[in-house]
Design a protein around this ligand. Structure first.
Ligand SMILES: Cc1cc2nc3c(=O)[nH]c(=O)nc-3n(C[C@H](O)[C@H](O)[C@H](O)COP(=O)(O)OP(=O)(O)OC[C@H]3O[C@@H](n4cnc5c(N)ncnc54)[C@H](O)[C@@H]3O)c2cc1C
Length: 428
């Protein structure tokens, strides 16, 4: 069992058994109004809202639906951004920060509605303080959410009160977010894909976009077997886009994070009694979710770059045992990893120029934010609203420096603890 850099161990569910879509036909030139590149939440939600608005839309996916982060994430759907609420407030001021917060709560509601009844929705998420600094950070975040953003669905719990909801080692209290919920992320991405097809858009899997070219006001998107010509392109291919957009790494850095899933056990339900899922304030960012069939999914660690380090599996099992010692003996059924698109300020990156819209940098908050982004993209193309400008207006000049500088900065700032633990394991 090992963490590869691409494939997720197969366990297709009944809801994912739709027929695989064909590649784009050999030597075909397909005309469309919009070509969407990438079949994750961002691309599929864009395609769904565009198709519903009457646009002839084609989705190109390099591998298969949900092959990227959308098919391999922790399933936690919560309001907000990777930037703390107080950081948002300090950086943007009350009006802009509150408007962004409202967008993010709208994103959670939209995701719940689209996930419907098929995605194992489970309410309430805990944010767990791992130490005194985490305690203070969460208290500040709760205060800003309640007093400035008017969000009454988050509540502070001291250690004794939190322990009644989640049995986690060495916690110092935390918050429970009643608006947030967990879902099965793979069921969600496939549910979105079904909705896209039902709305009349085509999805072509195994159809990587190799090149984008613009002539006479139209884009041509080249794949190995054919081309799509369209007035608009939505580039929703995240950080691992096979060189399609060479400046991607400056906008969002790829950081590999790791997940495991235990065998089902009644102990999992006893560990998470009052919440469906949660995460803590350690720099390794442990996150966990109880699945509908009684397994624990546990994730954490951050490794700058595309390659997974050796011993990642051992590292993650040890981390799980530290956080949930009572579950340490459960057999691990599956392990995998995925890339998170991390920006310097924890806010997504959107750009619009000459009919090309790019969106990425959801930084571990993409289930809801990328879903909402799809609606904003469709509205922008349809000239219905410029709410996308709320996000494009952000100061996006603070991008990453060169690749080497980015790796060093990430390693020093945020991921030093998990890297140190990898190195300790390697030298043991
Ligand atoms: C392990 C892990 C845990 C996470 N946990 C959470 C969580 O609990 N909550 C949360 O909100 N977020 C979480 N995230 C983040 C979330 O999954 C992402 O923000 C979100 O899925 C991003 O969606 P996307 O559509 O932008 O990108 P992706 O899902 O990565 O989709 C991009 C797609 O584009 C395709 N593609 C790439 N290049 C090309 C090309 N040249 N041509 C055609 N197609 C191409 C890829 O194959 C991929 O399918 C997590 C991420 C990871 C990796």
């Amino acid at each position: 069992m090992f963490f590869d850099t691409i494939d997720l161990p197969a366990r297709r569910t009944a809801t994912q058994t739709h027929a695989r879509s064909a590649r784009i036909r050999k030597a075909a030139l397909r005309n469309a109004e919009v070509c969407v590149v990438g079949a994750g939440y961002a691309g599929l939600s864009s395609a769904l809202h565009l198709a519903q608005a009457g646009y002839d839309t084609v989705v190109l996916e390099a591998k298969n639906i949900g092959a990227g982060a959308s098919g391999r994430n922790g399933g936690q759907v919560m309001p907000g951004f990777a930037a703390d609420p107080h950081a948002l407030l300090a950086a943007l001021g009350e009006r802009h920060a509150s408007a962004l917060w409202a967008l993010s709560t709208e994103a959670v509601a939209m995701t719940r509605a689209l996930a419907g009844t098929v995605c194992d929705i489970d309410p309430r998420i805990a944010i767990v303080a791992a130490d005194r600094a985490g305690h203070d950070e969460i208290e500040r975040a709760v205060a800003v959410r309640r007093d400035v953003f008017g969000d009454r669905q988050i509540a502070w719990h001291d250690a004794a009160s939190l322990a009644r909801a989640v049995a986690i080692a060495n916690q110092q209290g935390g918050a429970i977010d009643a608006r947030a919920f967990a879902l099965d992320p793979r069921k969600y991405v496939h549910a979105l894909a079904r909705r896209v097809r039902d709305a009349g858009a085509a999805i072509h899997e195994a159809s990587p976009a190799l090149r984008l070219a613009r002539a006479n006001g139209l884009w041509t998107v080249e794949t190995p077997t054919g081309c799509v010509r369209a007035a608009h392109v939505v580039l929703a291919a995240n950080v691992d886009n096979a060189g399609l957009a060479p400046d991607t790494g400056r906008l969002a850095a790829p950081v590999r994070t790791f997940m495991l899933e235990t065998s089902p056990s009644p102990l999992v339900g006893q560990a998470l009694t009052g919440v469906a899922a949660g995460y803590d304030t350690t720099a390794s960012l442990h996150y966990f979710r109880r699945t509908a069939d009684g397994r624990l999914q546990f994730g954490g660690g951050g490794w700058p770059g595309r390659m997974a380090p050796p011993l990642a599996g051992l590292y993650l099992r040890r981390e799980m045992a530290r956080v949930f010692p009572q579950l340490a003996h459960l057999p691990v059924a599956r392990q995998w990893s995925g890339l998170v698109d991390v920006t310097t300020d924890g806010l997504p990156r959107f750009a619009r120029e000459d009919g090309l819209i790019r969106l990425l940098g959801f930084c571990g908050h993409g289930i809801a934010l990328a879903t909402l982004a799809g609606q904003l993209v469709a509205d922008a193309i349809d000239d219905q609203s410029d709410r996308l400008a709320l996000l494009t207006r952000l100061d996006q000049k603070r991008n990453w420096p060169t690749a080497a500088g980015r790796t060093a900065q990430l390693a020093i700032q945020s991921f030093a603890p998990s890297m140190a633990r990898f190195l300790k394991l390697a030298s043991a």
